[in-house]
Structure formats: C-alpha cells, structure tokens
Write a protein that binds this ligand. Sequence first.
Ligand SMILES: [Zn+2]
Length: 155
Amino acid sequence: MASRKEKARNKRLLEPDTRAEEPEALLPGSDPEKLNQFSWIPALPPAELRRLYRSSANGMLDHDLLDQVGISFYLRCKQGVEEFKLIRSGKLKCHHCGSLLLKEEGLMVCRCGYQYTYKGYIDSFNAHRMPGGNALHIFPSLRRHGLAPKRILKK
Ligand SMILES: [Zn+2]
C-alpha cells in the first residue's frame, strides 16, 4: 500500500496548474481542431456494473459481462497510471500517434500535427477522472488474486 506521504505527493502532482496562462485559443500557431484532443478510456457505465452485481446476487454471475467490465476497468487504470507516470517525469503522450512529447511552456506540437498544452492535458486528465497515482498499486494486487484479464496480460 502507498504510504500517506506518497499518496499526498501523488495527489499534489495532478493539481491543476494555476499559474496564469494565455487563453489556449490565442496561442500563436494553435489550431482549435488539433489542439488538446484527447481520447481517454471511459469510466464503466454504472448500469453495466449494476447488471453485473445483480447477476452475481442472483447466483448467476454473467461471466461475459464480468470479462468485459474487467477489461475496460483494467485498460482505464493502465492508461491512467501510464500517463500519470509520464506526467510525473515531465512528458506527455500524443493521443493520436502515441509519440512522447517533453513538457514545455505554451504550445507543444507533435510530429503528427496534433497540439497540446500542459494545462490542457492535466485539465483533461482530471476532468475525465482518470485514475492516477493511487491506482499504481492495483496491478500487483489484481495479478495476485488472478483478476487481471488474461487476454491482456498475455500480450
Ligand atoms: Zn502525435
């Protein structure tokens, strides 16, 4: 488990950058169609979770649904943790081509043409409630309990 100190540090790192920054649309060279376009793996729909719990409570666990829910939960945590680690090491991942960009002030332009601002990246990460540092410890635990989706672990 993460120590309290470690948790506090993980939390701090994703706090929004509150320093004054130019409005993004006004950044020289920015293209609104290519600026800060992210694709995060979505959170599990509550209706699906309810369906899963209900099937379990009725003693007829829906294994296909369990698999589906497990995989999306796993992938979301994986994306959150990977990008959290990148952010912590001063990098960003382009959500279109997967290239890594070094954190810079102002506009960062990827070789594929998409553009990012560090603030936009953090704000989007937070707005999508991506799991970050506090999810770092779920992977060993999932593996220990044999709960990590096998199809993914084999890759
Ligand atoms: Zn790119």
